[in-house]
Design a protein around this ligand. Structure first.
Ligand SMILES: Nc1nc2c(c(=O)[nH]1)N[C@H]1C(S)=C(S)[C@@H](COP(=O)(O)O)O[C@H]1N2
Ligand SMILES: [Mo]
Length: 317
């Protein structure tokens, strides 16, 4: 962990996997007031497996079979690598070694963390439904850190109202970013209340392995009650801000892709119905559920929030 304002606390990256560095870092985090940083055993940087991550019993299954990786890993929305779904091969050019995420804005201390630092917050596995705004859906076994733990580590100041997630910018590697009519880098945001509810995950693995590039390696957001475009991939920066950020898709087409984008079968997209969705595995159309079936956890977030109430129909697209 490199702390921007306190460089004297830096730890050399080369020591990142040694037991003593690990223990020192835990002590460091504890001393900084982050409390018990629980985690599975530290692994070598070149880890390919996260099989030690315990399954969260509340999300052992999602009411439908897990969609095979042979399908979900070959059908991906990741505009940085192309505006179609066959981007898996192109995404392999993204270099994720030594990746860092900067946490900045309205926080006690700005910091830059490695993926190892995030792993040490404690990985778990959750099987989640994913519903794209284009009306296809899948079920994925994600491995990651509950976002609320990351927010706690960041220690946002009271003025922070939104959390903004930003993807890398590297047109050399990501050909899609040479298409200058898109507002790169890809960003989106949620409220602090949304970020600290139990559902959001900072996903770092899937199907028992370290996250494949096409899913948004090395760390991507997953918000299972929202349309997929809110779940930002390959995050390099998490910012705590006062003003509501404008997301990549919202900037491109405000009338079709709003800030809230909660799943609702009753509110159509301007160009298509959201009443049902195509299951990626069976190809069959299945009914879409309000909040993608996660309303018991998240519906209350919107009931007494004046800003959400004022959004009206826009709460759903
Ligand atoms: N950086 C970035 N994140 C992104 C996207 C993108 O194009 N770029 N696409 C979004 C959309 S529309 C969806 S549906 C999901 C797709 O995730 P998947 O490929 O893991 O299914 O990623 C989201 N996150
Ligand atoms: Mo999507």
């Amino acid at each position: 962990m490199r702390l921007i304002r306190r460089p004297e606390w830096s730890l050399p990256e080369s020591a990142a996997t040694s037991e003593s560095a690990y223990l020192n870092r835990r002590a460091l985090l504890a001393a900084m007031g982050f409390g018990a940083v629980s985690a599975i055993a530290p692994r070598a940087r070149a880890a390919t497996s996260y099989e030690g991550a315990p399954v969260n019993p509340d999300f052992r299954e999602a009411g439908r079979p897990v969609t095979p990786e042979s399908l979900t890993g070959q059908y991906n929305n990741f505009y940085e690598f192309g505006s179609h779904k066959q981007i898996a091969a192109a995404a392999q050019s993204l270099k994720t070694d030594g990746w860092t995420i900067t946490i900045d804005g309205l926080v006690e201390t700005e910091m830059t963390v490695s993926t190892d630092d995030l792993v040490k917050l404690g990985l778990e596995e959750r099987v989640y439904r994913h519903r794209c705004v284009e009306a296809w859906s899948m079920v994925a076994p994600w491995i990651g850190v509950p976002l609320e733990k990351v927010v706690k580590m960041a220690a946002p100041l009271s003025g922070a109202k939104y959390v903004r997630f930003e993807t890398f910018l590297d047109p050399q590697t990501a050909r899609g970013q040479r298409q200058s009519w898109y507002p790169w880098p890809y960003v989106d945001a949620i409220t602090i209340a949304e970020a600290t509810n139990p559902l959001p995950m900072l996903v770092m693995g899937a199907y028992g392995k370290v996250l494949a590039n096409q899913f948004g390696a090395p760390a991507r957001l997953h918000l299972p009650w929202k349309y997929g475009f809110k779940s930002v991939k390959s995050i390099t920066r998490i910012s705590f801000v006062e003003e509501r950020p404008v997301g990549f898709w919202e900037e491109l087409q405000y009338s079709e892709y709003g800030f809230w984008a909660n799943v609702n079968p009753e509110v159509s997209h301007p160009r298509w119905s959201q009443a049902d969705e195509r299951d990626l595995e069976s190809g069959e159309r299945i009914p879409t559920q309000i909040f993608n079936g996660y309303g018991a956890t998240v519906a209350s977030l919107y009931e007494n929030d004046p800003e959400a109430q004022a959004a009206g129909d826009r709460l759903w697209r």
